[in-house]
Design a protein. Structure first.
Lengths: 112, 115
């Protein structure tokens, strides 16, 4: 079964540094998402992306965050200046039709 | 604003018995509800969904029931197996038009099935 792949599986970064989380969505999917889960909390929506632009973003997705689909296959999430509270599991997801999103394995981001 | 609530953080059942996971929601505009299962160190995996115009959907051992008047849905797993032990997330989806299909998740319920 096709799957969403994310790299790296674990990223440790110093506070204030930039990080880029990478995702390869399922090839025939058109809608792309980033979610995150802080340890012990619920999975939270960050941003959705369609047709090379953001279609919706949450309050969490402030100016420090950006997304890009640079080459038609990768989908990246950039955090410009990481904060301690950005430490979380970040999940990329993609979907072809309504609702049913397929999730990647996640990237554990640890900001120290 | 908790649009989707899973009030039981954990549930423990014996193998072979029924597991019932509950979910309440406040957003009456949700079009679909989905259940995802999540193992540690993995992403959520889709389990089963139900349209807001239905009251039941069944897939093998998994059945989801929707009570719109009570804004409540439940996932039944019968018979429960040890491999079902995972965190189960309830999610709502609202087609607000355009190109956004975001999911709103509950906090999850940790199901433990004891052999």
């Amino acid at each position: 079964e096709p799957e969403v792949t994310q790299t790296p599986s674990h990223q440790v970064t110093q506070m204030g540094q930039e990080v880029i989380l990478r995702c390869v969505p399922i090839s025939n999917h058109l809608y792309f998402y980033w979610y995150r889960q802080i340890l012990g909390q619920k999975v939270e929506f960050l941003v959705s992306f369609y047709n090379n632009e953001i279609s919706e973003k949450s309050e969490i997705f402030d100016d420090q965050f950006s997304v890009e689909r640079p080459d038609g296959s990768n989908f990246t999430l950039k955090i410009r200046s990481t904060k301690l509270e950005d430490s979380a599991m970040y999940f990329c997801a993609s979907s072809k039709d309504r609702g049913r999103a397929f999730f990647g394995q996640g990237t554990r981001l640890t900001v120290v | 604003d908790q649009q989707v609530k899973q009030n039981s953080p954990s549930l423990s059942v014996q193998e072979g018995r029924i597991s019932i996971l509950n979910c309440d929601y406040t957003n009456s505009m949700f079009d679909y509800f989905l259940w995802y299962k999540k193992y540690p160190a993995e992403g959520p995996t889709f389990l089963i969904s139900i349209s807001s115009i239905k009251d039941k959907n069944e897939d093998g051992r998994f059945t989801v029931f929707l009570n719109k008047s009570a804004k409540h849905l439940s996932l039944h797993i019968v018979p429960s197996q040890p491999g079902d032990s995972a965190v189960y997330f309830c999610a709502g989806f609202q087609n607000s038009g355009g190109s956004n299909y975001k999911l709103t998740f509950g906090k999850g319920t940790l199901l433990t099935v004891n052999p």
